[in-house]
Ligand binder design. Structure first.
Ligand SMILES: [Zn+2]
Length: 144
């Protein structure tokens, strides 16, 4: 029997869409599905602007073949780009359930609460977004 990592299947991963319509399928998701480099997968667009990826063509026959490159790099098939209103730099939430991997655009990049920059911003504590520079300042201030 194939071992299934159920708890991992519902986790959410974040990737970023690059200029070449490329994003990374997280290693954990590839592992759960047993997806290796060079595999041909099938992608389709859902009603809510998400990209659905599976290793079998959807029954509707609407899946477009897409190739899983090294390191989980995947290029959104040209045929689907117009349907998806994604933009370069778009943050993507990737989750997987029931054999289908769902790639959904997630909330726009948060701005640093301290300086307003959107570069290198992380949620340092729930609800508080800081850029790496301000976070360093913040930590230094805590230690002082
Ligand atoms: Zn900042």
């Amino acid at each position: 029997m194939k071992e299934r990592a159920e708890s991992k299947e519902n986790r959410l991963y974040v990737s970023v869409l690059t200029g070449g319509w490329r994003f990374t399928v997280p290693a954990e998701i590839r592992k759960v599905h047993g997806w290796g480099e060079g595999l041909n997968l099938f992608a389709s667009v859902s009603d809510d602007n998400s990209l659905l990826i599976g290793d079998v063509s959807p029954e509707s026959g609407e899946g477009v073949g897409c190739y899983l490159g090294s390191g989980g790099k995947m290029v959104v098939p040209r045929e689907l780009r117009q349907t998806l209103s994604w933009k370069k730099g778009q943050r993507l939430a990737i989750s997987s359930a029931n054999g289908i991997t769902c790639v959904t655009p997630c909330c726009p990049q948060k701005a640093c609460r301290s300086c307003g920059s959107v570069k290198g911003v992380t949620e340092v504590i729930p609800g508080l977004y800081l850029c790496s520079e301000c976070f360093r300042t913040y930590l230094a201030r805590l230690k002082a």
